[in-house]
Design a protein around this ligand. Structure first.
Ligand SMILES: Nc1ncnc2c1ncn2[C@@H]1O[C@H](COP(=O)(O)OP(=O)(O)OP(=O)(O)O)[C@@H](O)[C@H]1O
Ligand SMILES: [Mg+2]
Length: 242
């Protein structure tokens, strides 16, 4: 039987060298996780995915539960000269700041985490139907899931959130930190999972990347060097190991 790898249309990631690892890019309308410890480049990856879409006329949305929106705008401007404020003015980008009191979704130790996540899912649903973006980036959700005690609840909350994202048809990148170990539940529910790392080779730290899974697609089974420069992020054809 012939393999039909073109059944799902692909969304190019915008990260040079990445799409080759996953046979052409993310499947459109899917949920894709990018996991890594602090400083490995998760936010850069996802911001570049959004910027690339906008350059090609695709509206983007960023939901920031962990960093404030203002911080993200400044960070991307000073690192790569990506002017998110301008893109917002042009109507191509919406940044939803979960810490915005107007949304009444306060992160507080007094709020039940399950209730918070249900409200968060409703917020995502509402914003997606208002703005209708082609690409969505949700920055680091793991801390919220950490506070949910029962693993089966984490599973069903993940399924609810990912289900509503898939229904809307938006292609999504969700970044996951590794500090709270809930990343595994979210990776399990996602359509693809990518890992960013730092390798210690002799005296040097080298950034690296590999694909853990992509449902319905071939993936490259090799670890690659990941570069970040003023131009943004790129996957090298080299392995970090000699
Ligand atoms: N112009 C640049 N050239 C080279 N490296 C850069 C440049 N701009 C930023 N960086 C590096 O990229 C990294 C930023 O990565 P990023 O913020 O995406 O990490 P993260 O995985 O989201 O971390 P956290 O978990 O803390 O949010 C930093 O280590 C920073 O030094
Ligand atoms: Mg980050």
């Amino acid at each position: 039987m012939a393999v039909k790898s073109n059944i799902f249309p692909r969304a190019k990631s915008g990260i040079p060298g990445f799409d080759e690892l996953v046979d052409g890019g993310f499947h459109k309308g899917t949920v894709n996780t990018i996991t890594g410890s602090s400083g490995t480049g998760k936010t850069v990856f996802a911001s570049q995915f959004i910027s690339y879409g906008i350059k090609n006329g695709e509206k983007g949305m960023i939901i920031t539960p962990s960093e404030s929106a203002e911080y993200l705008r400044r960070e991307m401007m000073s690192s790569f000269g990506w002017d998110f404020s301008q893109l917002e003015k042009e109507g191509m980008l919406s940044i939803v700041d979960v810490t915005d009191p107007v949304l009444r979704l306060q992160k507080s130790i007094d709020v039940d985490p399950v209730e918070f996540l249900i409200n968060f899912r409703k917020l995502v649903e509402r914003k997606l139907s208002e703005v209708k973006p082609s690409r969505l980036f949700i920055d680091d959700l793991t801390a919220f899931f950490m506070a949910v005690e029962a693993p089966f609840k984490v599973r069903s909350l993940t399924d609810d959130l990912f289900g509503c994202i898939r229904t809307s048809g938006v292609t999504t990148v969700i970044t996951l930190g590794t500090a709270f170990a809930t990343n595994q539940f979210l990776e399990y529910g996602a359509d693809s999972a990518t890992m960013l790392m730092r390798e210690k080779i002799g005296n040097t730290l080298i950034r690296s990347i590999f694909i853990m899974k992509m449902r319905g697609s071939k993936i490259a089974n090799s670890i690659r060097v990941l570069d970040i420069s003023d131009e943004g992020m790129a996957v090298s054809s080299l392995s970090p190991y000699p």
